[in-house]
Ligand binder design. Structure first.
Ligand code: SF4
Ligand code: SF4
Length: 110
């Protein structure tokens, strides 16, 4: 596993996928934490991060330049898909979608 966090300079996944999630995570719902103004409705039960449901997608919370230096304006309150999408899976295997987006081959795992 790499030592530096590549997400600090990457941001590719924040500008590639539609980041959709259960509406109950938005601050519109009791206990919700993703700021409502950063979301838009997908359908009755789902919302997505604004900016990711159009082409080219780019989350409105993404700051900086993809591939150079980026940050998330709502990092502490980002939705579940963002929390669960990382360079490596929980079992330590490479997240192939992440590596593919970055155009690099993952290191061999034991
Ligand atoms: S999870 Fe992967 S694709 Fe997303 S910002 Fe981090 S390194 Fe880039
Ligand atoms: S909420 Fe943050 S981590 Fe999630 S897609 Fe937007 S910028 Fe990326």
């Amino acid at each position: 596993m790499s030592e530096a966090n590549p997400c600090l300079s990457c941001g590719a996944c924040c500008a590639h996928y539609r980041i959709s999630f259960y509406w109950g995570e938005s601050s519109e719902a009791p206990g919700g934490y993703v700021p409502l103004e950063y979301t838009e409705k997908v359908h009755q039960h789902m919302v997505c991060m604004k900016g990711t449901n159009s082409y080219p997608p780019r989350c409105v919370a993404l700051r900086g330049e993809v591939g150079k230096q980026v940050s998330c304006a709502i990092y502490e309150n980002r939705p579940t898909p963002c929390r669960e999408f990382n360079e490596y899976e929980l079992d330590g295997t490479p997240n192939m979608r992440c590596f593919k987006l970055r155009g690099i081959v993952p290191p061999a795992t034991i």
